[in-house]
Design a protein around this ligand. Sequence first.
Ligand code: ATP
Length: 428
Amino acid sequence: MKNVLTQRLKTLPGPMADFIRQAGMLADEMGLPAYLVGGFVRDLLLGVGHFDVDLVVEGDGIRFARECARRLSMRLVAHGRFGTATLYGRAGFKADIASSRKESYEKPAALPTVSCGQIKDDLSRRDFTINAMAIGINQHSYGDIFDFYGGRDDLKNRVVRALHPLSFTDDPTRILRAVRFECRLAFRIEPATMAWMRCAAREGMLERVQKHRLRDELILIFKEHQPFGVLRRLHDFCGYGFISPGLTYRRAWMSAYAKIREAALWFEQNLPHKRCLDIYVMSMCLFFSPLSLRRIGDAILAYAFHKGEGLRILSFKTHAGPVERQLSKKNLAPSHIYRLLEPLAYEVIVLIYALSTKAIIRKRIRDFLLIYHGTRLHVRGEDLAGLGSRPGPHFKKVLTGLLYAKVDGKVRDRQEELVLAKRLLERS
Ligand code: ATP
């Protein structure tokens, strides 16, 4: 196994492999046992790509991270409160560094008490056996696997297994993680683990855990490749009552998600100069849309979703219906379409496009994104002042009127814009 893993570590992208080797040498110099841990080890054994390095040292992790940053010219962000640090490599990868720790849970679903520990303690506090393995990176242990809980067997048998019966009572967010890994890896949750999960859910543990911790796990679900597969499984398992009363799984979400991906691909290919779409936010808009506006607002507040996420979810709920109704009307001027769509975020527009079955709506959204949205005026505020008008709030009105005229093709060049500007100024 040692040889296989040493070999695998060599096949990582160059800068990452170099970092791991150099971090190991530095750990030797500082007399610290150091290990790769968590999802990195799982994915290395599975032979699938993993983008972040996760390191644990037996000793002061922040001091070790500082030394790595200094010697290897990496950028360091220390999270003092958690005793962890993140290093950013020039080649774009990131490495999380922590001190190995021991945890004990005094109350169900509460945060644990933490103290220093050895690697075995650190692995024993982890969620599943497949995430509870470590690989040594010191010279004498380079490529050695530390697998105290049968993680390799579970990887081989494609099983998600918790480490002990109280795992989900200690930390109910693991229920969401179990379902997420099961779906992502096409594994199955092992029967005893499933029973422990059910028991914790039945005892209302998901309602007791801090909402922001559930939020972080929910967002990770929305960011999965097949979020609605995970959400269906979660629903079969414990429903969504802990998110909002009345929210249930909809079969149509699966096909809607395929349409979202198709529309997002179209957006990316045809509008490469625009910012990347947050596809996970589009999934969130879809997920929350069956709820009333009030319930959505309550969930956003309770879970403290980030402002950008919350606003787009609310915007889709509020605007999708009215905008669709307007866009399906006959004889709409381009400037009318512009006014309807321009205030909305790309995610909301593309989601309406993805879900609409009406060709006219889809065409009008495409026209907006490809043609009207990029409309720019030659004339600016200084030009209006040059026409003899004193700057004031009416300038904005005139420039907006000019823009709409340009979107409608009524003015084409600077000269025509100036002629119309003069007329609009006289009227304002
Ligand atoms: P991903 O591929 O989604 O990033 P990951 O396994 O790297 O998966 P992280 O959320 O980055 O997941 O967490 C890193 C490691 O920390 C996990 O592999 C696991 O060992 C541990 N961990 C994370 N969350 C928990 C938790 N709630 N309870 C116990 N251990 C956890």
